[in-house]
Design a protein around this ligand. Sequence first.
Ligand code: IPE
Ligand code: IPE
Ligand code: MG
Length: 252
Amino acid sequence: MSRAAAPLDPVPAGDQPAAPRHVAIIMDGNGRWATARHLPRSAGHERGVEALRRTVDAAGELGIKYLTVFSFSTENWRRPPAEVNTLFALLKAYVQRDLGRLKAEGVRIRIIGQREGLPPDIASLVNKAELETSGNTRFNLTIAFNYGARDEILRAVQAIARDVKAGVRDENISESEFAAYLDTSGLPDPDLLIRTSGEFRISNFLLWQAAYAELLFCDVLWPDFGRSHLEEALKSYNERERRYGAVTPGAG
Ligand code: IPE
Ligand code: IPE
Ligand code: MG
């Protein structure tokens, strides 16, 4: 019997580093945070950017090397145009305001998601942020913007089909070759996936990459999230046993 391609990249069970290498966060609850305070939803999104700043700083200090945050989904286009505009304007303002500092602090910025359909000013800002920080290695901040995992997987399949047709590659493809066609090419899989706001769903985030991520759902609304919540999440992560389908060494 031939051996199925095994995802051998993850750290073997029982041999885990103290901090997860890659943490991914679904930053949810901005709207409810604002509504609870009789504020417009946009105020929640603004405070959400502050939470992002706190979290990026804390993640670096806590020894995390990769942080990936879900900022705007392909499904978020279903929201009223004014809210979509606010979310685009906030991404632009965040990159414009923080790029210099992040660059100086050794942060490599990547944006994942569908680039087509982004307004040209955002598309060029995103390219600039990626280019200017491409030599940085201390910390990796990836922003999922106009991102949907099904869309990402479909685009990968389309690119593979094009390459096969052009004779660039044969049709046999391994897991690692497939992963190289995804937006997250070059990034390790997330070890820990956090969702704030008390919702228990993935909402089309990193469906391929999070196959063996530890999931953590917390009640805090994203604008309230900070270092202490991240520390709590890491504590919970450290108490888990990742088995990757194997059995615990020495069990039974
Ligand atoms: C997260 O907060 C931000 C985005 C999804 C863009 P929400 O805007 O989803 O806030 P809730 O879930 O309505 O409270
Ligand atoms: C997921 O949150 C997307 C982002 C955080 C960007 P949503 O608020 O859009 O997810 P649903 O609609 O509750 O599943
Ligand atoms: Mg939400």
